[in-house]
Ligand binder design. Sequence first.
Ligand SMILES: [Zn+2]
Length: 292
Amino acid sequence: MAQLSSNHSTEEHVSARRIGEADVVLISEGILPWPPDLQAPEKEWRTAIPEADEHGVVPLGVHTGLVRLGSATVLIDPGYDDPGSPWDERFAAETPGLRRTPGLAAALSGLEVSPDNVTHVLITHAHGDHYCGVTRQENGRLVVRYPNARHVLGRQDWEGNPERHDPGSDIAQRLGLIDRLGMLDLVDAETEVVPGVAMIPAPGETAGHSIIRVRSGGSNFYYLGDLYHHSCEVEHPGWVSAGRDPVAMQTSRARLTAEAAPSGAVLAFTHERFPPWGRIVPTDSGHRWERG
Ligand SMILES: [Zn+2]
């Protein structure tokens, strides 16, 4: 699609690390303009988010994760449909300022990971930027992209989600196909999906929101989904976007900080600037995000 092709980022969009015996790869899907809707005074969030433009719009990253550990090949939040796909064209038209990288499928091809060999697709929550890539269009029909994978989602984001009853919605069409084919597993408690990789409930962004922990060889990595949208929320854990559950969000953030900060765990959240690796470190008055 011409407009998006010209907007494709030529910046690095794949970043890999070793966590114990696990290969963890973070892949950028693009840049998403975000009007901060934090429940905080504008003067304060503008100080904390200096990259906001005059309209208050902030360019956020959008990432997916790949974890290879033992015999498992685990995708986390398979993001958007492909650049140039009908879904992408519609989304771009609705989202001025959207920029796409070559995308997840291109990155997997470059890493020589076949979609057929993905064993698990873990979805932190049922917002479109985190799951629409579970399917792709083929001859005008949606087909499953990872045909041999179990797809795992927090139960509340499926059973408690009224949007899935709207037949025109992405969730009905895309996750609905996964469900109809018997490929969707729902979890509502900490679940070790494969040895060393766990889905952990962390509600707030949605009722079924989960984070992913990879534990191997004494090292920990957490993929945090939308537990934070911007790193300033680590320093200001009470700053929560409109429409979320602020009490649940702050409880989930406090639990993560208590577990991950002392261990020096490596962290990433979906909308951090690429490459999104970081840690939560203590300050005199609380904690802050440290990139790297
Ligand atoms: Zn998101």
